[in-house]
Design a binder for this molecule. Structure first.
Ligand code: AMP
Length: 282
């Protein structure tokens, strides 16, 4: 496994492979790696000749300074996990390597930046497009793999690739869950033992709503109300948002329409930790 800290060094190493015609898959991460990240990387190994993982806790996508400060950074353990799955390249830049001072970036995401994560975390997706654009330009991957766990982020990246006509194929991997259903997340380590148990109400609500969608005649707004009630009744999770949305526009839908696909989007706070999850309904 080759580890690089500078743009110039990793570009030089990857250039040699590209000249030989090798295909490169890329998985950007913020570290604190878990089985979700590793599954994406393993898929990268299957789909391309070499897989690159970047670990960079990107400051421009944190709208909350405390969250940035508290973000876990277990670098040694991360590198061991990457070795164990035979990751080929790791890009580990410092903030100064990625950003000039007071750098400006303004990428128009339209409605996508006004709803759900965009509304709750102002500037978040601007920071995401800023860093992913830079990483794509440095790595120049043939294939980039993102997780469905961050559903809206996938839509944002797809939008950017299309708008800038970037020569990279986007692959979305389904959510990797713990055995009990909780979506794997780097933030889960911040949950107390009690909080970890309480967090289960989030996937339980999603599966309950899925069951209603498939096995009842209830309309979307009633399914949403029942999901809301389940979360509220648990008293251990504070809902930030819960909605059933059309999968492309991410606009909320209250009734089923022909030929539409739906995703339930949810964010809830448990034990002072902000947890995000989603579920595709059809
Ligand atoms: P992060 O380090 O949180 O920025 O995540 C890096 C990538 O891993 C993103 O594309 C995430 O969507 C993806 N990811 C994180 N957790 C999961 C999970 N439980 N299942 C699938 N993908 C995930």
């Amino acid at each position: 496994m080759e580890i690089y800290n500078t743009k110039a060094d990793i570009q030089k190493a990857l250039e040699k492979l590209k000249q030989k015609g090798e295909k490169i898959a890329f998985v950007p991460t913020m570290g604190a790696l878990h089985e979700g990240h590793l599954t994406l990387l393993k898929l990268g190994k299957e789909k391309a000749d070499k897989v690159v993982c970047s670990i960079f806790v990107n400051p421009t996508q944190f709208n909350d300074k405390e969250d940035l400060k508290k973000y876990p950074r277990p670098l040694e353990a991360d590198l061991k996990k990457l070795e164990d799955i035979s990751c080929d390249f790791v890009f580990l830049p410092e903030v100064e390597e990625m950003y000039e001072e007071n750098e400006l970036w303004n990428f128009d995401l339209g409605e996508l930046d006004q709803i759900w994560e965009g509304a709750m975390r102002p500037g978040h997706f601007n920071g995401v497009t800023q860093v992913v654009y830079k990483l794509f330009t440095i790595i120049r991957p043939d294939l980039a793999i993102f997780g469905q766990k961050d559903f809206q982020q996938c839509a944002v990246i797809a939008h950017m690739i299309k708008k800038l006509q970037m020569p990279v194929k986007l692959l979305i991997h389904p959510i990797v869950r713990e055995k009990d259903g909780l979506a794997m997340s780097s933030r889960n380590v911040r949950l107390s033992e009690e909080g970890r148990k309480n967090a289960l109400i989030i996937p339980e609500t999603l599966f309950f709503m899925e069951d209603l969608f498939k096995n009842s005649n209830l309309d979307l707004q009633d399914i949403k109300q029942k999901g809301m009630k389940m979360l509220q009744d648990s008293e251990n999770a504070k809902i930030e948002y819960l909605a059933i949305c059309e999968t492309e526009s991410l606009e909320e839908r209250l009734e089923v329409a022909d030929n539409e696909k739906y995703v339930i989007l949810v964010v809830a706070w448990v034990d002072g930790v902000r947890l995000i999850d989603n579920l595709l309904l059809n």
